[in-house]
Design a protein around this ligand. Sequence first.
Ligand SMILES: Nc1nc2c(ncn2[C@@H]2O[C@H](COP(=O)(O)OP(=O)(O)OP(=O)(O)O)[C@@H](O)[C@H]2O)c(=O)[nH]1
Ligand SMILES: [Mg+2]
Length: 448
Amino acid sequence: MSGKVKSRSSANAADSATTSLNEKILKECHNLYIDPENGLVKVAESLGLSLLAPRKKITVLLIGNHSAGKSSFINWYVEEHVQRTGVAIETQGFTVVTSGRKRESLTGNATLHLYPYLEPLRQIEGVTDYLSTEISTSKQKKFSLVTFIDTPGLVDGDMKYPFDVNRSITWLGDTADLIFVFFDPIGQALCKRTLNLVETLNEKHADRMRFYLSKADEAGHESDRQRVMMQIVQELCKRPGLNRTGFDMPTIYVPNMNQKGSRCANQIEEVCKEVERTINQTIQNTLNSLERDCDQISQMVEDKLREDSLQGSRNLRARARGLCYGLLGMLLPLLLLVTFLISSSHAMLAAALGDSLMITLDIYLGPLSTAWRSVPKAYTQYVIGGILALALLMLLVAKFSSRTAATMSRKQKRKLGEISNYVQETVKSKKQSLYQEYLQQSVAEQDL
Ligand SMILES: Nc1nc2c(ncn2[C@@H]2O[C@H](COP(=O)(O)OP(=O)(O)OP(=O)(O)O)[C@@H](O)[C@H]2O)c(=O)[nH]1
Ligand SMILES: [Mg+2]
């Protein structure tokens, strides 16, 4: 007996150690992204890349018809009466139930402040007034790694919601890691609104959805329960998007609510396992994305440096081209002047430059000045005009082709190199050691 107790408590200890390790991994990953100085979000932003920081907890959205037991399930999981429950329409808005240091209730605005990823909810009129957060200090089960979002019960007919409930839930479905749909055997499990929403959510997030027959202890005998389940599945399968074979719908109930002593099998532990599986999956995904984001950042740095060095050599070529055209543009008028002087005022030039220089000029420019002399007097000004225009054109071409684009300063390049180094060395080795820790505890867990 004492052995059993001991092994149970050591299993619990191992369980809470796992939870805190997983908490630590997700938290450290989150911090690697949001650090104000060299967090990946900031670093990526400087490269023109927008990254989202991973969350520290998984988000579970609960939907279902009114009185299906959504809030009761949360209370059971948290092992604290955080959410009001009852036969009346209890939950009127959206409540984020999360663990924290202090028991507290927050308003809609505070909730949006706390969870920036919920910010788009503001666009749905009226939701903020019906949004709240319940912080509980509970550390039961995996609650420190889970954020539940409790939703208003879904009903058909005249019931007016003070906001667009379908749109809000559809939108929340996009941000959740898991979507639990509760069907209860007595209420309006098959209300149109629930079915419509399930269909819409299923279009995008079939992999996140899990269906449960809740309050199964109230479903009567086994045969009644089977019938209820058949009906629900049949109704779901009528929807084109939901027609899948082998609908898995565990039957669950909150253990201490089984007043009638029903002997129905309770698969509520399955729900907890589902949560655990998703946590584990999320940790692996987060670590993998961390590595991918590091690689993407390094790749961008590499591309930027390569582009900069290409631009550097393009600039060099442009400068050389500009210099050639510029020289040509300046040489042409000079040649024009000299040959003109040779042909028209040979003696004066010889006196000014000396005989030896004059002989050299005669040798090299002789043919040109001969050509010059052959131009009829009446056309001389046109030829001069033409040559000057050509020279001007050359200068323009020189200006145009020597245009360069800015390149990075040495400091900027060093900064980029540091970024790449940081993500490759520091962040990746951190990721590696977190992965190692994660795997080690999984192996240890199985050994127990
Ligand atoms: N027998 C039994 N009763 C349950 C169970 N879960 C919840 N209930 C009861 O069913 C009623 C409705 O439960 P809630 O948790 O308020 O249901 P809800 O889905 O949150 O309802 P709304 O907030 O109105 O949408 C309450 O009176 C609970 O005591 C269960 O597993 N078994
Ligand atoms: Mg409720």
